[in-house]
Ligand binder design. Structure first.
Ligand SMILES: [Zn+2]
Length: 359
């Protein structure tokens, strides 16, 4: 196969060929030209989604439903997913060449009554490191902790874990060769997680200037999931009657969420695009998240990087380089000039094969 176009992020007009599922810049004789004149990006990345959580919560009925979720992502140009916790073992999907690549974090690790029912493995702090080791072996290089959640006794968000348990657990994951990330909405859980050497923070709406400075120095990333943060006013309303303090916290976090993302970017914290699809969010909304990151203050190209080449590098996959897997998306218009161009790829190659939309 042969393509020509403007390759991102370099921005140069080039020819590229696909041979044995991989990109090459050496001409392949008699190659068929499948695209000419577009803008070629490394496949998009949804750095926070869930394959296997049903719409509305709980787990999907069967693997066919999980497969459908991955296909919806693929149709949106997402060729690499970081699954941030699934109650279902979706590993069988790896054998399906039509599906995007999935990097898993195993199951969420939480405490009893401190997360959405039925999703997490629930343990006490004394068992956290052991469970993290188990999930590190179950996943593809990531472990997912629930860092804070509503504490019904206190009536507000609160940390799940004492600092020493976090330090042991994160060290245990690192010893297994896995990185760790954590769900946090509020601020109080963050110092313990960041100082324990966590690799990434999900949502991170409670991040402060001081904590962002510490993350930048350590190289700790954030995946703001702004598409999901749009639900905060709804969460506040649902909790208002029983937990007024929680409701006001969620409204305050919502109000400052864009400023936090801009401050993270300006502080030099790596920011990546993730939708939190699964449960309450539809799959296939990565373009919306990239636009939201730009609206929060990331330059257009940085927002694109956050959902494409920079996210791939962070997750250990190459971009459009010699020998890389041919996972790429082509757009007719330049997404650096207009992010609306991301609405639909004109061509998608996954593992070097032309992908036809599943619907
Ligand atoms: Zn999530």
């Amino acid at each position: 196969m042969h393509l020509s176009g403007v390759l991102l992020p370099d921005g140069e007009q080039r020819d590229l060929w696909v041979r044995d599922g991989r990109i090459t810049f050496e001409p392949v004789p008699r190659a068929e030209t499948v695209s000419r004149g577009g803008f070629v990006l490394p496949g998009l990345v949804d750095a926070h989604c869930h394959v296997g959580i049903a719409r509305g919560g709980g787990h999907v009925a069967d693997l066919a439903d999980a497969r459908e979720q991955a296909l919806v992502e693929r149709d949106a140009g997402v060729l690499l997913l970081r699954d941030c916790g699934s109650p279902v073992d979706t590993r069988a999907l790896d054998d399906d060449p039509d599906l995007p690549r999935i990097l898993r974090a195993g199951r969420h690790v939480a405490r009893e009554r401190r997360y959405i029912p039925g999703l997490a493995v629930e343990v006490e702090p004394t068992s956290l490191a052991d469970e993290v080791r188990t999930q590190a072996r179950r996943g593809d290089g990531w472990v997912k902790l629930v860092g804070d959640w509503i504490d019904r006794g206190a009536g507000d968000l609160g940390p799940l874990w004492p600092d020493d348990a976090l330090a042991d657990a994160i060290a245990a994951a690192h010893a297994e060769g896995a990185r760790v990330t954590a769900h946090t909405f509020g601020t109080d859980a963050l110092p313990g997680l960041i100082r324990a050497g966590i690799d990434c923070i999900e949502h991170g709406t409670g991040l402060t200037e001081e904590l962002l400075g510490e993350m930048a120095a350590r190289g700790t990333a954030v995946v703001p999931t702004l598409v999901n943060v749009e639900n905060f006013p709804g969460f506040a309303e649902a909790g208002e009657k029983k937990f007024p303090a929680y409701a006001s916290t969620m409204r305050r976090l919502y109000a400052s969420s864009g400023a936090v993302v801009r401050a993270a970017f300006e502080a030099g914290v790596p920011v990546f695009a993730g939708t939190d699809a699964g449960g309450g969010i539809d799959h296939g909304t990565i373009a919306e998240e990239i636009r939201a990151l730009h609206a929060a203050g990331l330059p257009r190209e940085a927002a694109l990087a956050a959902g494409s080449w920079a996210a791939r590098t962070w997750l250990g996959l190459p971009g459009l380089v010699e020998g890389a897997p041919a996972d790429l998306v082509v757009y007719d218009r330049d997404p650096r000039a207009d992010l609306d161009a991301l609405a639909a790829p004109s061509l998608t190659l996954l593992r070097g094969r032309v992908v036809t939309p599943s619907r």
